[in-house]
Write a protein that binds this ligand. Structure first.
Ligand SMILES: [Zn+2]
Length: 428
């Protein structure tokens, strides 16, 4: 073992020497002792135009509402992209989605009656059920245990086809959802020395509202896909595994993420077949969800309107849920992500909050440390109407500026750098 350790050390030193030589200026002045930081190398592979192109690709399927052909076509497209990146072990979770009786509004979709996505996350946790514009005594109480301060604007899910003035997009979104079988796709970067342990990096690929679901959640889905692309590059090695999951049915109550937990929790860490070195479900070390990554234009003004410009103080909001069984570990993970942001993000800082809610990390949060990244805090800010495009016809690619897309890219830099460190990523 000792000689092996010596060999490894020698290789590292040799690698370091190469770098030193390469950086030697022509004049021969002594170079600063430089070693390549593989995390920085990987972060530098993220690219604003590529990120935008992936979001644009997702918008070709309209709002990608669950239970429609456009949603199924989007799952196929995502799978094809993951394959083209070389991401390994592409698989699908299959489950049935049947909306709860009496909740629909005639469209057959439980979410249509809801006031927001992922109602299920706050249920049973003593969180206030109502966010948004409710006034009166409880007016400050937001979802997930949050408090809503300041001026607020209404929130809702658009369910009116005619609100979409773009006729082509209206036609694309016209097929109604029907209950039945559902699928969602994931792929895995297999760890070199700890293939039996993994982090899960997620985003939800379904949307609704008769737009293009560009921000909710094309922005999070594209982030996960970009990370899958970079970690799958042939010169990248990670000691631990990373799973890239694109959940379906988030908007109806986190049904896709719940199906994953139901089907795979018990399989964790089992070598199958024994002796093969293969772990179809590595032990879960953490779950990091990404949902609505781009728009942080601040609080609505007294007139209820939100600024058309990204605010200069925009930040990435990292949330954990303080009432979760694994809150202690989730909190540590959140602070680790903030530190990664400070070191590696280029334009926007990150803030940590304790009220994660209504997101696909919810079904994981009592089992493993689970956090979510967003453009705003879900309970106090999204719930207060800070994103006027949320579930509306205006959630289309053309709504967003480069300053918006860049916030999503900074969230990608944050997660990529944190996960690269947690899995001991190296670049050959
Ligand atoms: Zn969402």
């Amino acid at each position: 073992m000792r000689s092996k350790g010596f060999l490894v050390l020698t290789c590292i030193l040799a690698g370091g020497m190469t770098v030193l030589l390469a950086q030697q200026p022509p004049g021969g002045a002594a170079p600063a002792a430089a070693t390549v930081d593989p995390v920085k190398v990987l972060v530098d592979r993220l690219d604003l135009e590529k990120y935008k192109a992936t979001i644009k690709g997702l918008t070709q399927f309209g709002d990608r509402r669950q239970g429609t052909d456009r949603n199924r076509a989007a799952v196929d497209w995502i799978e094809a992209q993951l394959k083209s990146y070389g991401c390994a072990n592409i698989e699908r979770i299959k489950y049935e989605y049947v909306p709860a009786a009496g909740r629909g509004t005639g469209t057959g979709d439980a979410a249509a009656a809801g006031r927001g996505e992922g109602r299920g996350a706050g249920e049973g946790r003593g969180a206030a059920a109502a966010g948004g514009q409710r006034g009166g005594q409880r007016g400050r109480t937001g979802q997930g245990g949050s408090t809503i301060f300041g001026t607020r604007a209404p929130t809702s899910v658009n369910n009116d086809p005619n609100a979409q003035k773009d006729e082509k997009l209206r036609a694309l979104n016209s097929q109604p959802t029907t209950p039945g079988p559902r699928e969602e796709v994931y792929c895995t970067k297999v760890g070199s020395t700890r293939p039996d342990e993994m982090y899960i990096v997620g985003g939800h690929m379904d949307g609704h509202g008769w737009g293009e679901a560009a921000n909710d959640d094309g922005s999070g889905t594209a982030l996960v896909m970009e990370l899958a692309r970079i970690f799958s590059m042939p010169d990248v090695k990670t000691e631990r595994s990373i799973r890239f999951a694109l959940w379906n049915n988030e908007e109806t109550g986190l049904n896709g993420a719940r199906a994953y937990v139901d089907q795979r929790e018990a399989l964790q860490g089992k070598e199958t077949p024994p002796g093969s070195g293969k772990y179809p479900e590595p032990k879960w070390l953490g779950m990091i969800q990404h949902d609505m990554m781009m728009f942080d234009h601040g609080m609505p003004g007294p007139d209820g309107k939100v600024s058309p410009e990204q605010r200069r103080e925009a930040d990435v909001n990292i949330e954990f849920q303080s009432t979760a069984k694994m809150a202690e570990g989730a909190q540590k993970l959140a602070w680790f992500f903030k530190a990664a942001n400070e070191k590696y993000a280029t334009d926007y800082p990150a803030a940590v909050g304790p009220h994660m809610t209504n997101t696909d990390s919810g079904p994981f949060m009592d089992i493993i440390p689970a956090i979510s990244l967003r453009e705003n805090e879900r309970g106090s800010q999204i719930g207060g109407g800070w994103d006027p495009h949320w579930h509306q016809v205006t959630d289309v690619f053309s709504t967003f500026s480069d300053a918006d897309f860049r916030l999503g890219l900074n969230a990608a830099q944050t997660t990529l750098s944190a996960i690269a460190q947690l899995t001991n990523a190296t670049v050959k």
